[in-house]
Design a binder for this molecule. Structure first.
Ligand code: NAP
Length: 254
């Protein structure tokens, strides 16, 4: 690879804030960004010890911030603390999310609010807080959407509503901030092997149906998101705005 191409994807000197990075997709994305050169801050409610060890082993700085992202009030301190401790904020990955399975008739207000507040409301207000810092330097916001940004899913109405709204919000923020030097895009993962899909993968009826529909013939592994995440975080995507990029083994093409 020549120097120009390497520079396009190089994140050296950049600082990324990733939510929900103690496990699953967020952990894989945080490590991928560190592998590309970025220092990493993570925000969440569980111990990110394994992620910290992996990031530090790569020689990058690591900052852990505690946050319950079902509470959308005062998220601005996460962006402020990242800048105060690591010196800047270039990349925000809004990854944290919850899924709650129930028939639409059984969804109560607490279920609805938890999913919408975590997956959508916190994502918006954290993006707003991060973008205030990015106005000075430029920045990249990557939202983790879903196939249910495009489809309705089965027994996950609040989740489908939240993820469809994440796609809409990605478009809306991209329209507003593209001229301010901030790229807002999303990744729509297909079916990945994480805690989020543990119930689905052990469902003897649904699991084989899902696998049979994936053209790639396997579930996604968290590291399958590394390339898309680094692309959307790097100079290589400077003219890419408002895209919801499926990384789904071909599911949507079926
Ligand atoms: P996961 O292993 O369940 O990870 C979810 C992350 O979000 C965890 O770090 C979790 O923290 C965090 N989180 C949830 N609620 C939170 C809260 N109130 N405050 C702080 N952190 C909170 O699932 P995943 O698959 O990696 O999910 C990551 C993202 O990808 C989610 O937005 C999910 O909707 C999306 N996604 C996943 C798939 C898939 O197939 N796996 C497909 C499409 C989209 P705890 O560990 O403390 O719960």
């Amino acid at each position: 690879m020549n120097d120009m191409m390497r520079e396009l994807f190089d994140l050296s000197g950049r600082v990324a804030l990733v939510t929900g990075a103690n496990t699953g997709l967020g952990q894989a994305i945080a490590i991928a960004l560190a592998e590309a050169g970025a220092d990493i801050a993570v925000a969440g409610r569980s111990d990110p010890g394994d992620t910290a060890a992996a990031v530090r082993a790569l020689g990058r700085r690591f900052l852990a911030l505690e946050a319950d992202l079902s509470q959308s009030s005062s998220l601005s301190h996460l962006a402020d603390q990242t800048v105060a401790t690591l010196g800047r904020l270039d990349i925000l990955v809004n990854n944290a999310g919850v899924i709650r399975r129930a028939d639409a008739f059984d969804v109560d207000e607490a279920n609805w609010d938890e999913v919408l507040d975590t997956n959508l409301k916190s994502l918006f207000f954290l993006s707003q807080a991060a973008a205030r810092h990015m106005l000075a330097t430029g920045g990249k916001i990557i939202n983790i959407a879903s196939l249910l940004s495009f489809q309705g899913g089965i027994r996950v109405p609040a989740y489908a509503a939240s993820k469809s709204a994440v796609a809409g919000l990605t478009h809306a923020l991209a329209n507003e901030w593209a001229q301010r030097g901030i790229n807002v895009n999303a990744i729509a993962p297909g079916y990945f092997e994480t805690n989020n899909t543990a119930a689905l993968r052990s469902d003897e009826a649904r699991a084989p149906q899902i696998l049979a529909r994936i053209p790639a013939g396997r579930w996604g592994r968290p590291t399958d998101l590394a390339g898309a995440a680094v692309f959307l975080a790097s100079r290589a995507s400077d003219y890419v705005h408002g895209v919801v990029l499926p990384v789904d083994g071909g599911w949507l093409a079926r």
